[in-house]
Design a protein around this ligand. Structure first.
Ligand SMILES: [Zn+2]
Length: 256
């Protein structure tokens, strides 16, 4: 999770690195996506829509038809189904069955392993009468819900592309970097390939320009000290004045 090469590079410039919960979320999300072969699916417009949906991010259970409605894959329907299958196989979505209790009206989702009678209602605790015929419902893995809530969609997309372009790279994300006695700077992603150290700030949404500029200047100063390339990756298209500002300051821009 923590490549020695990156620690060494930072130490040479007098800096140290600290992992946070975010480092762990990012690492394990990447591992899961890699293991099931479904990482590139995050890069499609329909899967982006899926993960930007408030209900999905909150971990609600949806039937396949509902997920399709949210994602709107349109002509990419077959690819969407194939990718959902990969994600279910990788437990990025967990298969269950959703139904409503006759007594207390609570809608609930039960994992498929737990469906033999008798089943107890999560709400009123009485035995549930499970309908004979219900469609599966899919609940997003809580790891992905919390990761996405921490703004890691763009980060995962950029990381996937970097691993494609420079497969020899090593990385760590969601870290705090500090020089002894100095302030801690939060860095979304450090990606080291050869001698090039990318220092990436990833944004799923753009705050107002003044706030992001202040953050980027701090980032850029740190990048200069550790000999890194300071990069802004954003899911929305940057407004032209912010693009121009980044170019003036030598900050690279990547489409999220
Ligand atoms: Zn009930």
């Amino acid at each position: 999770m923590r490549p020695a090469e990156i620690d060494q590079r930072l130490a040479e410039a007098g800096y140290s690195l600290h992992l946070t919960d975010k480092s762990r979320y990012l690492y394990h999300m990447a591992q899961r996506l890699l293991a099931c072969g479904g990482w590139d699916a995050l890069y499609t417009p329909y899967m982006t829509r899926l993960w930007l949906n408030a209900g999905v991010r909150k971990g609600k259970a949806y039937t396949l038809a509902e997920l399709r409605q949210i994602a709107q894959p349109r002509e990419a329907e077959e690819t969407f189904l194939y990718e959902m299958r990969l994600w279910v196989s990788g437990a990025i979505f967990k298969r269950g069955v959703r139904f409503k209790c006759d007594r207390c009206a609570l809608e609930q989702n039960h994992p498929t392993q737990a469906l033999s009678d008798p089943l107890i209602c999560d709400g009123c605790q009485s035995p549930l009468i499970v309908p004979l015929d219900v469609p599966f419902a899919f609940t997003p893995n809580p790891l992905f819900c919390i990761g996405m809530a921490n703004g890691m969609l763009t980060l995962l997309r950029v990381l996937w592309r970097l691993t494609q372009e420079a497969a020899d790279g090593v990385w760590v994300g969601g870290v705090l970097i500090e020089k002894e006695g100095g302030p801690q700077v939060e860095v979304d992603l450090l990606y080291l390939t050869g001698e090039t150290l990318h220092m990436i700030e990833a944004k799923d949404a753009l705050p107002e320009s003044a706030a992001i500029q202040m953050q980027l200047l701090q980032y850029k100063a740190l990048a200069d000290e550790i000999g890194g390339v300071c990069t802004l990756a954003a899911l929305p298209t940057l407004p032209p004045d912010l693009s121009a500002w980044c170019a003036d300051w030598g900050i690279a821009v990547l489409a999220g």
